[in-house]
Design a binder for this molecule. Sequence first.
Ligand code: FE
Ligand code: FE
Ligand code: FE
Ligand code: ZN
Length: 208
Amino acid sequence: MKLNSLHDLFVHELRDIYDAERQLVKALRKMAKAASADDLRNAFEEHLAQTEGQINRLESVFEEFDLKPKGRTCEAMKGMVEEGKTVMDSAADEATGDAGLIAAAQKVEHYEIASYGCLATWARQLGNDNAARLLRETLAEEKNADAKLNALAEGRINAEAGPTAEPAKEMRTQGDGRSEHNGHHRAGEEENKRAGEMTEARSDMAPI
Ligand code: FE
Ligand code: FE
Ligand code: FE
Ligand code: ZN
């Protein structure tokens, strides 16, 4: 189908995220089961419940545009779920598995944040404020989920996974952040900085 307008693009992306969220319901169930830390499992279960609400919200958005809810395979979500599985299957211990689960989940959240940011802006530009409001509600939930995952990773889980297959305490005593052993933690910090930049860039481009 040729996309001839912002409206066409909106519908295309709406169908994409509708499919993505439905894939996620299944994935989050598996991720909750795979998580070994209680707080991480709770976070996944909580976001699973939220995701079910987000699917309902998307159905309301379809209605707002007089459309029947319909998905269109989100290849990106398929790929992210697949990559997440590979990391999980390769993790040799529970803490490393949990750190990998968080990374996989954050990639998903960032994808969703980009999608809902665009959709909310487009809905407003298309003159549908109700749809824009619904999409912004979900956008806020996705940002919140991402922040929670950050807190879990930086609060404890990355440190438990340890920088190498050695006791994790070694990493905590290395404060300069430059040593090789701190690679994992540093990478996390840099990713967070970039995430902040991305969110800022997003809101510059498309204030919602
Ligand atoms: Fe979602
Ligand atoms: Fe997609
Ligand atoms: Fe990749
Ligand atoms: Zn999400």
